[in-house]
Design a protein. Structure first.
Length: 89
């Protein structure tokens, strides 16, 4: 899983018919202290996330395990909105 922050939206009116109705968000990777990295991923939103929210992203074959993405050509999915992050340090 990847921790990140939603920083934008991708609009694609022409796409594979299996992707119709899905929302694509741009997620910038983050460290555990929420410091943003210079890495991004476009992910399907399965939980109603929005710009500015901190999220968890699953990638690879795990991205096709949600009800929203099952059997769809998806390689990244937002599957949680982070409320709080506690570290032992």
């Amino acid at each position: 899983m990847v921790l990140g922050k939603v920083v934008g939206t991708v609009w694609a009116t022409r796409k594979d018919e299996n992707l119709t109705g899905l929302k694509f968000l741009i997620v910038q990777h983050a460290d555990m202290d929420y410091t943003l990295k210079d890495q991004y991923v476009v992910a399907v939103d399965s939980v109603g996330a929005g710009v500015g929210e901190v999220v968890l992203v699953a990638t690879g074959s795990s991205a096709r395990q949600t009800d929203v993405t099952k059997n769809k050509p998806v390689d990244a999915v937002i599957m949680a909105i982070v409320d709080k992050l506690d570290l032992a340090n």
